[in-house]
Design a protein around this ligand. Structure first.
Ligand code: ADP
Ligand code: ADP
Length: 225
């Protein structure tokens, strides 16, 4: 029972040119339902390329992408966009919150875009904020929050529409080590308590070791670390 299956994924940049880069070379990767998988990759190994393909933002040259039971290989953009909005949550190194909206509104808006009624969206935002210890900060704008608090709001936003899979790229990479450690624990608790599946890229091997499985991306393929 897999939530994400990547099979035989290849991606080449500048194909046929002298500077051809074979970033991904027949890569296989699966995330089981409820599993939290760490992705460790040296810089330039193709981590961003892989996350963009898994996130349905880019297409591979060859190979299969199956998300939450749906084979999205070769599907039109609107099908992939629908799948992305319904099944995926994203967290990045920087929070990317909307600066003119409060913490709660940042979590409510993606739900309204998904046709969730306002009352239900408000309730879910309040519940998520409470879960990450930010109930008293619901009406604060991002600029009024600390880096760790901003990132916790970003986690809530990623989970707002109850995605099947969370894709995270260095989710605490912009925080000092101590804050990173604390905020990462908040993320792990949130993921565990909601039974969410996650693929989390990190350079931090200590954080990686707290996940169910650690995968290494190297030479365009995945190996167990
Ligand atoms: P990482 O995130 O692991 O640093 P990337 O996936 O960003 O790696 O890039 C992997 C390799 O592919 C790098 O050598 C990079 O220069 C190259 N690359 C990435 N995106 C493009 C692109 N759009 N066009 C050409 N080369 C690219
Ligand atoms: P929206 O539903 O706000 O229109 P999209 O459907 O465009 O958003 O994107 C869904 C998710 O994919 C968002 O969480 C967004 O952060 C992420 N995303 C969209 N485009 C990119 C991109 N070029 N690079 C990285 N992430 C992206």
């Amino acid at each position: 029972n897999e939530v994400l299956q990547l099979q035989g994924i290849t991606k080449t940049y500048h194909k046929g040119a002298p500077g051809q880069i074979d970033v991904l070379r027949g890569l296989n990767l699966t995330v089981a339902r409820g599993e939290v998988v760490a992705l460790v990759a040296p810089s330039g190994a193709g981590k961003s390329t892989l996350l963009h393909i898994a996130g349905l933002l880019d297409t591979p040259d060859a190979g299969q992408v199956v998300l939450n039971g749906a084979d999205l290989t070769g599907q039109p953009d609107r099908t992939r966009t629908t799948a992305r909005r319904r099944d995926l949550g994203f967290v990045y190194q920087f929070h990317h919150l909307l600066p003119e909206f409060s913490a709660a509104e940042n979590i409510i808006l993606p739900q309204l875009a998904n046709a969730v009624p306002r009352r239900a969206a408000q309730a879910r935002a309040a519940e998520l904020l409470d879960h990450v210890g930010l109930k008293p900060r619901a009406d604060h704008r991002p600029a009024e929050l600390s880096g760790g608090e901003q990132q916790r709001v970003a986690f809530c936003r990623a989970l707002a529409n109850q995605p099947a899979l969370l894709l995270a790229d260095e989710p605490t990479g912009n925080l000092d080590p101590e804050t990173s450690d604390r905020v990462f624990s908040v993320l792990m608790n949130l993921v565990r308590d909601t039974g969410l599946s996650a693929l989390i890229a990190t350079h931090n091997l200590e954080l990686a070791s707290r996940m169910d499985r650690v995968l290494r991306l190297e030479a365009g393929q995945i190996s167990n670390a």
